[in-house]
Design a protein around this ligand. Structure first.
Ligand code: ATR
Length: 272
């Protein structure tokens, strides 16, 4: 029976075991998926031992997504570009291949939630310049967004991403972050603002365009302040849970041989 799992620290909060177990059951596949908690000093040794224990691959989550790139055998172009991996696949001869599907999950979620979304219709505005923003910047540039406006409380972090990803990324000061909305037709919050227990999202949203597609990587709560404001302004608002569900699709397909669907039943299984 093929085994897969998710490795991180802490790991109890991860929704991935519910997601993959739901898919295994749904498609009647023999397999298992579990949560593996490991500290950084034991990371490489633990991963190297997994193929011998029947594992065909794993997801990688916080805080290990960057570190795994140091010792895997092969890194996909996408994971190299993003600088982090979330999906490892083990070959029959025990080699470890690293990929990043976060950008895929982001785009697939937007396309499912906003079927008429046109990345070329205007600039994208991104709030936040942390790890999640990196994968999203790469994915949006790849999708053909003409310009990316990027604003972060700590401005140098946004400037570093702009330097790295090129002139298509323009930094806007955090105190003026709301002005990005004047032109943006794709709007994304990648900060932790608005998450249950965190500070509220307080960027002024008066300039939101009614033709913008708006999404939030925060999915607890599912309807954030940003998404509520977007809906009130007539925008298509797409919640962040789908990004997490869609990023799991390529791994599941590679490991278990069935491309899984993301639909209401998937969402219900993960939220249960
Ligand atoms: P992730 O990998 O999920 O992106 P992260 O790298 O810790 O997590 O990034 C968190 C993001 O939320 C950052 O953009 C952070 O801004 P800073 O770079 O200035 O820290 C943003 N963030 C967190 N708390 C914030 C707050 N109170 N106000 C504004 N931005 C905040």
């Amino acid at each position: 029976i093929p085994r897969a799992g998710v490795i991180g620290n802490p790991i109890s909060h991860s929704l991935s075991p519910k997601l993959h177990t739901h898919w295994l059951r749904r498609y009647g596949l023999a397999g298992s998926y579990d949560a593996i908690q490991v500290t950084e000093d034991a990371l490489e040794q633990t991963i190297r031992a997994l193929p011998g224990q029947g594992y065909v691959g794993i997801n990688v989550t916080i805080p290990h997504k960057i570190r795994v790139l140091d010792f895997v055998d092969q890194v996909s172009d996408r994971a190299t570009l993003v600088g982090a991996a979330n999906t490892l696949t083990f070959t029959d001869d025990g080699r470890v291949l690293a990929d990043n599907t976060d950008g895929y999950g982001f785009i697939a979620n937007l396309r499912q939630g906003a079927p008429d979304w046109n990345p070329q219709s205007g600039p994208a505005a991104i709030f936040g310049a942390g790890g999640a923003a990196r994968a999203i910047i790469v994915a949006l540039a790849d999708a053909g967004v003409p310009e990316i406006l990027l604003s972060n409380r700590t401005r140098p972090k946004a400037e570093a991403l702009s330097d790295e990803f090129g002139t298509r990324v323009r930094v806007v000061d955090w105190v003026q972050a709301g002005t990005m909305l004047e032109t943006a037709t794709t709007v994304i919050n990648t900060t932790s603002l608005g998450m249950a227990g965190a500070q509220p999202f307080k960027v002024p949203l008066d300039d939101l365009r009614s033709d913008a597609v708006v999404t939030d990587i925060v999915y607890n709560p599912l309807r954030t302040t940003l998404l509520d404001a977007a809906a009130a302004a007539g925008c298509v608002a797409v919640d962040g849970l789908g990004m997490l569900l869609h990023q799991g699709v390529p791994g599941f397909e590679r490991w278990f041989g069935q491309r899984p669907e993301v639909d209401d039943a998937t969402r219900a299984a993960v939220l249960a």
